[in-house]
Ligand binder design. Sequence first.
Ligand code: ATP
Ligand code: TZP
Ligand code: MG
Ligand code: MG
Length: 271
Amino acid sequence: MMSIQAELILEKVREQNPLVHNITNTVVTNFTANGLLALGASPVMAYAKEEVADMAKIAGAVVLNIGTLDERIVESMLIAGASANKHGVPVILDPVGAGATPYRTETAKMLAETLDIAVIRGNAAEVASLAGENWEIKGVDSGAVRAGDASSLSVKAAKQLNTVVVITGKTDFISDGERLFSCKNGHKLQTKVTGTGCLLSSVVGAFCAVEKEYVFAAAAAAAVYGCAAEAAVERLNRHEPGSFQIEFLNKLYNLEPKALRERMKLEEVLA
Ligand code: ATP
Ligand code: TZP
Ligand code: MG
Ligand code: MG
């Protein structure tokens, strides 16, 4: 059973300060940029079709997030993704709301089929819709999910889509179709702040920029992220979303290796 060096990968992000090119949604743009900065990465948001190929080429990772889609964004995503693929830059896909409307589902599928995607990160219903299954979804939020279902779905989707898949929820599952990791870190206050899933997808991008074994990068990102959330909650006087959001950014910034070692609940499980 493999143990993942999350601490070392986090250290590399902080040292190397990778450029993460995000084509993301209008809801989470500022939170994503601040979260990546706090973590030690260098965020850039660039959408114009005239420049996305050039930006993707020099980035450490490209994150495509379909949260507030339109025709122009899709065109830019295809150009950025093709450039990233050509230059060996990992592409992360967040299929926000796939399954909720046909446009989202079809666009997410088309991106996953057209581009070489390193990691897909979504909730269970979103990933299910990419794998051709129909799970309950309301807007961008996942319906009730049983952990057993999400774990086998992550393996199935990773095989089918030939990529690493991260399904988040109370327990996160990370699989490349062969190996499967579970991560039990995190706090339910994360579900009360919009963009915590989207930011995680960009954090996965930062980790993939410094660790080429993408299944390890993605698992480490999920663990670091969940541990930062737990440590943030411990600093709150009251468990409320507004102050949690701020403390969470603080903990992405200053989560210490020792705290990570002590908290981390990341393990390999049988696929
Ligand atoms: P959704 O829209 O369904 O909330 P999302 O894209 O926002 O999906 P989440 O599944 O909420 O993404 O995951 C974001 C982060 O929150 C992950 O780090 C995940 O581990 C954590 N998380 C989500 N739900 C819980 C929970 N009930 N308890 C602990 N951590 C959670
Ligand atoms: N609507 C379109 S995108 C978006 C909303 C509310 C943000 C979703 O963010 P997350 O990270 O999936 O909670
Ligand atoms: Mg959420
Ligand atoms: Mg989401």
